[in-house]
Design a protein around this ligand. Structure first.
Ligand code: 5RP
Length: 255
C-alpha cells in the first residue's frame, strides 16, 4: 500500500522534523519487515514523544504492548512519568514492566495518550475496539492534550468499513439490539463483558459517512460507546511501514 495522502515516508525518523524521503532504489535493498516489526517501529517512535513529568494515557492491544516495552526501556530517563491504563491487560503489563500506573481518578490531566487502531481513514477518522476496550480508550483519548495513534501499514484504509465495535448496556440489551438493527446488522461478539460490565457488539452494516453513523450510534439509548473516533480527536498517526516510520499530522499539535 502506498503512503496515504499527507504522509511523509521516512526511515528511522522519530519526530516529523527528522523524517526524510527514501528513494525507491534504497527501498528495494531493504529486507521485508513483518507486521509485528511495523508495530514495534511505530510504537518505539511514539514512545520518544513522552517527556519526563508527563501523565500519559496508554491504550490497549499488541501495538501498545510494544509501546510499553519501549517506555520501559526509557524508564531511567523518565523517572517522573505517570501512566493511566485503558484496560486491566495494559495496567498489568505496564506494572510488570516497571511503569508507574495510576488510577484515572488520581490524576488531574493527561498530557498525552498513545494507542493503536484497527483502521485509519485518509482524513484521520479511526475505527477502534478490536480489543473491546474502545470505551475507556475514547475517554482517555478525549481527555488527553495530544492523542497519538500507532499502527502497522495494514491499518490505513481508503474508507472506514465494518465491523464497528460497540459497547452496549446489559440492561435492555435485546431492545437496544433491535434499535441498532434498524441502522444495520449487528452481531454480538463472543468475548467477556468490558471491565465496566458492557456487552461487546459489532455493527456490521454499511458505514458510509462515519460522522453520520457515529451520531446515529451515539443517539441509540443503551449504546455506551462506539469505536468510531473522529479525526478532531487525533493529533498524529505514526505508521510502521516496510521501510521505517511514516508520521502523519492530523491536527496541529505541538511536536
Ligand atoms: C483495542 C484497540 C486496539 O488499539 C486496536 O484493536 C488495534 O490493536 P493492535 O494494536 O493489536 O493491532 O482498539 O480496543
Amino acid at each position: 500500500m502506498g503512503a496515504p495522502q499527507g504522509v511523509a515516508e521516512a526511515v528511522g525518523c522519530v519526530t516529523p522534523a527528522q523524517c526524510r524521503s527514501v528513494g525507491s532504489a534504497a527501498r528495494a535493498t531493504m529486507p521485508a519487515v513483518t507486521v509485528e516489526e511495523q508495530k514495534q517501529a511505530a510504537a518505539t517512535a511514539a514512545a520518544e514523544v513522552v517527556e519526563d513529568g508527563m501523565i500519559v494515557g496508554l491504550g490497549t492491544g499488541s501495538t501498545v504492548a510494544h509501546l510499553l516495552t519501549a517506555l520501559s526501556a526509557r524508564r531511567d530517563g523518565l523517572p517522573a512519568v505517570r501512566y493511566v491504563a485503558t484496560s486491566p491487560r495494559t495496567a498489568e503489563l505496564a506494572a510488570r514492566l516497571g511503569l508507574r500506573v495510576e488510577p484515572f481518578a488520581a490524576v488531574d490531566r493527561l498530557d498525552l495518550a498513545i494507542d493503536g487502531a484497527d483502521q485509519v481513514a485518509p482524513d484521520g477518522w479511526l475505527v477502534k475496539g478490536g480489543g473491546a476496550a474502545h470505551t475507556r480508550e475514547k475517554v482517555v483519548a478525549a481527555a488527553a492534550a495530544r492523542f497519538v495513534v500507532v499502527v502497522d501499514a495494514g491499518k490505513p484504509v481508503d474508507r472506514l468499513r465494518a465491523p464497528i465495535p460497540l459497547e452496549v448496556l446489559e440492561f435492555g440489551l435485546d431492545s437496544t439490539l433491535r434499535r441498532l438493527a434498524a441502522l444495520g446488522p449487528v452481531r454480538r461478539r463472543d468475548v467477556p463483558p468490558s471491565p465496566d460490565g458492557g456487552v461487546i457488539v459489532d455493527y456490521v452494516g454499511v458505514v458510509g459517512d462515519p460522522a453520520e453513523l457515529a451520531t446515529r450510534l451515539s443517539g441509540t439509548p443503551g449504546v455506551v460507546e462506539h469505536g468510531l473516533f473522529p479525526s478532531a480527536m487525533v493529533a498524529d498517526v505514526v505508521i510502521g511501514t516496510g521501510d521505517g516510520v511514516s508520521w502523519r499530522k492530523v491536527r496541529g499539535a505541538a511536536t
